[in-house]
Design a protein around this ligand. Sequence first.
Ligand code: GLA
Length: 379
Amino acid sequence: MMRPWLLYILVLSLCSTTACQKDGKVESSMNTTIFGKLPDGRDVHRYTLKNRSGATAQIIDYGAAITSLQVPDRNGKIEDVVLGYDTVQGYIEGTAYLGSIVGRYGNRIGKGKFQLDGREYQLTVNDGENHLHGGKTGFNKVLWEATPVPTSGEPSLDLQYVSRDGEEGYPGTVVLKVRYTLTDKNELQVEYEGTTDRPTILNPTQHSYFNLSGSFTNTILNHQLMIDADGITPVDKGLIPTGQILSVANTPLDFRTSTAIGARIGEANEQLAFGKGYDHNWVLRSGGGKVAKAAELYDPASGRLMTVFTDQPGLQFYSGNFLDGSAKGKNGTAYQHRTGLCLEAQAFPDTPNKPQFPTVTLRPGQVYRQTTIYQFSTR
Ligand code: GLA
């Protein structure tokens, strides 16, 4: 007869690779597969996190990217709500940062220049004359080291990337850890922890494109958005902040009450013209420092509601204005104009050149921390 402890180990190991039924309830699981190979021969892994409510998140170690996020609609139908690619090649060649962690600095730094402790640094210039999302080979274009967190409860995946001193022009070696957790309440939690060995700047963010409708051929223009912010950091035509804070009152950037994204996106407004739609940083009312509700995104057709919580002071809302059908995504779908939108929790753009903005400087001995939560429910 099989010994009870052997049976226990057998069941445990089965449950770690498959979704298990226990007392009629789905058990959580973490599953690892090879997603593909990099040109240098290294394997890219894909981790599937499944919670006890039946939602799943898939994450690859290339770019620490979320490749799929399956959550229920109001009838319980589980569908994917994030844009992505089917192959490693898609992520290597892609220019839209689909699903990735971006950094060392998410968003733009004017002319790629900044001063720190009296020294000037020149970063890679990769967006007109500016620096965007960490440069040419940002955190989205590197292989991270992934480690599933041992747990029998809510599945968690740790990813770490060591960014060397001088990479893309940044000073100091930064060690950045990101932990993704899929909770039983259908929340994808993203926790960051970063350290450095020399003074530097750090402002990573998550660059998932959401489309809650269940089909990536639909635009996001019928999605309704609420952002808990009274102002934005207005930008010039290169999308670099002027340094002021502009009240959203009486502008098409006022999302204090939930409004369809398409309702005002075509209005004559200088900021919308510069962004070719929405591509701005909202100054969150919470001010950052503690995890608070920042935004709500609702798709009336499917009933899916995504609530974003963060401890960051800013939220970049980007309405997928540069998607033009050239990115061939999952199942061969070409991602057309505005078929996905990003809500990127972060510090304000160009902070290193704007002393009045909340700081992004990180010094040896300090720990950078961020918590951002994407919570899914239905209405
Ligand atoms: C960010 C920027 C946009 C664009 C996208 C990626 O959200 O603000 O201007 O660069 O990333 O295409």
